[in-house]
Design a protein around this ligand. Structure first.
Ligand SMILES: NC(=O)c1ccc[n+]([C@@H]2O[C@H](COP(=O)([O-])OP(=O)(O)OC[C@H]3O[C@@H](n4cnc5c(N)ncnc54)[C@H](O)[C@@H]3O)[C@@H](O)[C@H]2O)c1
Length: 262
């Protein structure tokens, strides 16, 4: 354990599991006070209790990122308790896809956009005034390799992730003069409950294809994405803004879609 985020207040959405959980664990271990938002109340409460039992600073706040009032309350809880918000990680998202776009319903489209994209707009909307007042802040938005490359069946998801990336870049330009940094992270395939759900939906054979798509020869671990987020949150990244940091085992560096090890 080091102290790369000592004294910082961090808000993470989708913090109860997967990548958000790894980010929360990692940032708390680095000395941050982490406010975990999620719809999974039992899991989120248990994570915060575990971190506190380890002597770290963490609070769980119920937050459905599709609900504007919930996002406002999550950020308000952090600011009320610690007086500030240094880092916002807009991480929560859902995977609706695996079908051609003409089979996606309007309800599915609107649900995906609400959870994966409008949530990012709202998180930034409520965090930025505090960061501008503080003259310091780091926003990290979770994009995806699918914002860079195409994969059959994921048009809406890829659209939302591409928008997350370009919105991040835009805000980096606009709020840089206030010393507020905005970056995104594009993970490749990471071993999380989200992908367990996709495998359950589309079949176990998909795992070998995923492994083969990544030049590193495996899928990633949530902690490997958390390390990138810790860097972007920390003062070590003080001159880094407007970037998309790919944590993808080389996935987007190659046009290879056929497993190389089969
Ligand atoms: N797993 C991957 O391979 C992968 C790849 C690229 C990008 N990503 C992105 O990383 C992020 C995290 O993905 P993951 O794989 O850890 O997901 P996950 O499904 O494993 O975990 C997501 C967490 O978000 C919570 N959540 C879901 N809907 C929510 C809502 N409406 N409000 C608040 N919380 C909600 C869930 O309860 C869960 O705790 C997402 O933005 C995802 O798009 C994941």
């Amino acid at each position: 354990m080091m102290n790369r985020l000592e004294g910082k207040t961090v808000v993470v959405t989708g913090a109860a599991d997967g990548i958000g959980l790894a980010i929360s664990d990692g940032m708390a271990a680095e000395g941050a006070h982490v406010f975990l938002g999620d719809i999974a109340d039992d899991k989120g409460t248990a994570v915060a209790a575990r971190l506190r039992a380890d002597g770290l600073n963490a609070d769980f706040v119920h937050c459905d990122v599709a609900n504007e009032a919930d996002i406002a309350s999550l950020i308000a809880a952090a600011v009320e308790k610690t007086g500030r918000i240094d880092v916002l990680v807009n991480n929560a998202a859902i995977a609706i896809g695996g079908m051609p776009v003409y089979e996606m319903t309007d309800d599915e489209w609107h649900r995906l956009i609400a959870v994966n994209l409008t949530s990012v707009f709202r998180g930034c909307k409520y965090a930025l005034p505090h960061m501008i007042r503080q003259k310091a802040g780091s926003i990290i938005n979770m994009a995806s390799a699918q914002g860079h490359i195409g994969l059959d069946g994921w048009t809406a998801y890829a659209g939302a992730k591409g928008a997350v990336m370009s919105m991040s870049r835009q805000m980096a330009v606009e709020f840089g003069p206030h010393n507020v940094r905005v970056n995104s992270i594009s993970p490749g395939t990471i071993n999380t409950p989200m992908n367990e759900q996709v495998i359950a939906q589309l079949g176990p054979g998909l795992m070998q294809s995923w492994i083969g798509m990544h030049p590193i020869g495996r899928i990633g671990k949530p902690s490997e994405v958390a390390e990138a987020a810790i860097y972007l949150a920390s003062d070590a990244a003080g001159f880094t803004t407007g970037i998309d940091l790919r944590v993808d085992g080389g996935l987007t560096a190659t046009p290879r879609f056929i497993p190389h090890n089969s």
